[in-house]
Design a protein around this ligand. Sequence first.
Ligand code: ADP
Ligand code: MG
Length: 696
Amino acid sequence: MLMAESRLIYASITRECILKENMKLSNSIATVKGVGDKTAKLFGQLGIETVSDLVNFMPRRYEDYSNIQEIRLVKPGEITVKAQISSVRSRYSKRGLHVTEAVIDDGSGKLSAVWFNQPYRAAALKSNEEYYLSGSLEFARRRFTLMNPSVELASDFPAHTARIIPIYRQTRGLTSTAIRRAVRGVLKSLPRIPETLPDTAVKQAGLVSRDQALREVHFPSSAQKLEDARNRLAWEETFALSIVGALARKQLHGLPAANVTFNESVTKQLVAELPFKLTPGQKRSAWDILQDLQSSKPMNRLLQGDVGSGKTVVAALAALNVSLSGGQVAFVAPTDLLAKQHAQTLESILAPYKLTVGLLTASQTARGKTELKKRLKDGDIDILVGTHAILQPSVVFKKLELAVIDEQHRFGVDQRRQLLGRTPVPHMLTMSATPIPRTLALTLYGELDISVIAEMPANRKPTKTKLWAANNRSGLYKQVASLLSKGGQAFVVAPKIDTDELGPTRSVADLDNELSKLLKGYSQAVVHGRLKSDERDKIMLKFVNGELDVLIATTVVEVGVDVPGASIMVIEGAERFGLAQIHQLRGRVGRRGQQAFCYLIPSSGDSPSRRLTELEKSHNGFELAELDLKLRGPGEIYGLRQHGQLDLKFAPISDSRSLKLIKELATELVQEPKKLLEYEELYQRVMRLSAITRLN
Ligand code: ADP
Ligand code: MG
């Protein structure tokens, strides 16, 4: 039988198998050819249960083997050639290694290729076929050899050679190559992958179809096609987020809220009597908020600003106006201790205007609580500060008109629901120090209006930041000791709590041990997420009061109470953190206006990472967050960890023209929510996202 003929028959047989298998996106991964029960389990470890999961499993990166070279021109390095096999032989080396050696010929020249311990090779290589071979060309013993190249029939659909090749995240027992093989098999036999976006969106945004996008993202036919594919998939993600935002916004705007009168003269008086001048960002934000409050639509605004940028006073201006116009304010802090601090601050700012600030904490006596609640119900308390417990139905306000929520990422969906359940709906101001890139914030919090305080008060000195080589740890702590001797206090942050044998990264426990020697004579304590919260508060309070010199901690300290005396932040295992997160941590020191220092020390090695050097240069949280987004991708964006289930695979679309179109189309689509039901997958995605993120 002729070769060509036999291939035809083979092809028709495989097509038959495929039809029998009836490959569908919803099929279990175990139905894929070559995937047995054991391999299916391994796929499961990567979160791949179905065929759909597999095609949506994005390559981590690509290797470009698309440049096919003539043998006479090849140079050492990664190469691809298209050649025939002139001869093959197998032998055992002196050390007992199985060696397959082939001479390959592409007409321009000859080259030897070698495979070790792949005894099946020799039989698989046919002399009358043309192959692609991709691998590393090495020059040794005065000749070129292609080492362990991947080989594929040139007449086939190449997956491992002669193209841009996808590299996947692997797991023990399941290599990137095996995943690639499975993806190729699936894409070959899957019928057209259905479109998930409205036609108008695809057309107006000039997107490639979902079918083409998924095929090209795995096996790109060119760099441009890959970019188009990634753009299409990112567009889809951003669009879904945008719909979630538009739905929430629509729902919220249908609800009535209190109309707060703007008391201009008292507001001006308060601002004039502050011991400082407001920054331009503070002024603009306060203006945005006061405008919102005068409308009868519920405000839902996010106030973003670095730690120390002065968000509290902006919130106080809002609280002032609400109280003066007869409403009450709930001020929600993440912990009791922070609530206490906020209550003090607000009282000192607002007491001159005859406003009453109340504080409700878990540690109050039952009688104290009852008394406070009564005064609240009677309207004697203007501003109630506490943890989110103050939003429970048992805490009854006479006329709640504004809820200020500090540290927005600790505030859950349930609490938002509690607020929305009230009539009228209180205006909502959320404050966050998490520097989420603006583009991301716009889509992620589509239902929110955003105000940003981009600058720091002029009196604030940026924390001096320095990278230290891991092999000079004792030198670093000598420096720390010298700063402590001048009366400073130090945070030492580590990425994990417990000692384990894995790797050189220091844990809180390791450091507790090590620093008792390196920082002898200074008092130290540890805090981390496994301590009970009252225990943690107790230690924090000691640190705040200056009774402790050194606090060894996990990142639990990244938000929280002010420690005015702290001027040193040491970050161990610094390579484990995002830039924005480190920036957040170093914002915890120097709060009294003293010069503060931040030392970054990687787990090992003597040449600190280039990424971390950005922190020596930049002191802008938003800039650093943008950089994180670029260098580490959306999954690693600080502040989004609690949104892990969002499962963003791409950085959101950020060019303003596309964003505008996305917003427009999303708003249009939600005008008639039934329409959304026509796009099953999109609808499912939107529902998943709403459940995780916000108010619906
Ligand atoms: P954050 O945004 O982290 O909540 P705070 O509101 O706690 O910041 O403000 C930090 C400190 O800066 C406070 O002591 C506050 O009084 C002070 N502050 C606020 N605004 C200014 C300003 N415009 N100029 C100088 N100091 C300011
Ligand atoms: Mg604050």
